[in-house]
Design a binder for this molecule. Structure first.
Ligand code: FE2
Length: 227
């Protein structure tokens, strides 16, 4: 069996407990409508090595039961709410970067960049096309896509640098200003218009979560290979 990602709702204590229980890693959390959701990456680590076949079977059965329990807990997610929560998360990371000392900046910047990449993918492939089609809005969507383009260029440059390098902090600051401006436009102009459009936000929310899981899983596998 390969690595598995679970999405489930939980209070923070249960979330961490569940992560430990499954011997996985809580790789992302989101708050949607005040509800905490977690994504746990369950590694296919050979924790059963050295155990008897019966012990392995029991562990596998327990794991399946937990999976069923989780899937029954899953609820619909509104894509717009999900995007707004992403916005709050990257704003927080930008703030943390500002306040961090030199040694902590790399990890914060990496996390912010990953969050922006996943978020942009969801918007570009799902949300913007849906808004364009449902509202006929061209200008706002075109402008948003162009802003994504500039953000992507900056991220490409940042990925080639170390956070300790000269110029990194300034470049990251410009990225944060661009993203904050982009967020403001989305939340003040695009999203209010889109909210009233004939768009199934719950269905898009499910698709958005699939993209998020896939990209986080890929990133997590890359990190493990590099370790
Ligand atoms: Fe956004």
């Amino acid at each position: 069996m390969g690595d598995v990602l679970h999405v489930f709702k939980a209070n923070s204590r249960a979330l961490l407990g569940a992560g430990e229980k499954r011997q996985g890693k809580v790789c992302a959390t989101h708050i949607v409508k005040g509800q905490l959701w977690g994504i746990v990456h369950v590694y296919n680590t050979p924790n059963t090595q050295g155990r008897t076949p019966m012990a392995k079977k029991q562990q596998s059965k327990q794991h399946d039961e937990e999976l069923n329990e989780d899937s029954s807990e899953q609820e619909s997610v509104n894509a717009l709410e999900l995007l707004k929560e992403d916005h709050r998360k990257v704003e927080q990371l930008f703030q943390s970067f500002e306040e961090a000392d030199g040694r902590s900046r790399q990890g914060i910047a990496d996390e912010a960049i990953k969050a922006i990449e996943v978020h942009a993918k969801i918007e570009e492939t799902l949300v913007y096309p849906a808004i364009r089609e449902a509202t006929g809005e061209e200008d706002l969507v075109d402008e948003a896509n162009e802003e994504h383009h500039v953000v992507t260029l900056l991220i490409k440059e940042l990925k080639k640098m170390k956070a300790s390098a000269e110029g990194y902090k300034a470049k990251f600051k410009v990225l944060s200003e661009l993203v904050k401006h982009h967020i403001e436009e989305e939340e003040k102009e695009m999203f209010p218009e889109a909210e009233n459009a004939d768009i199934d936000w719950e269905e898009l929310g499910q698709e958005a979560m699939s993209i998020k899981e896939r990209m986080m899983s890929k990133s997590s596998r890359g990190q493990r290979r590099a370790a």
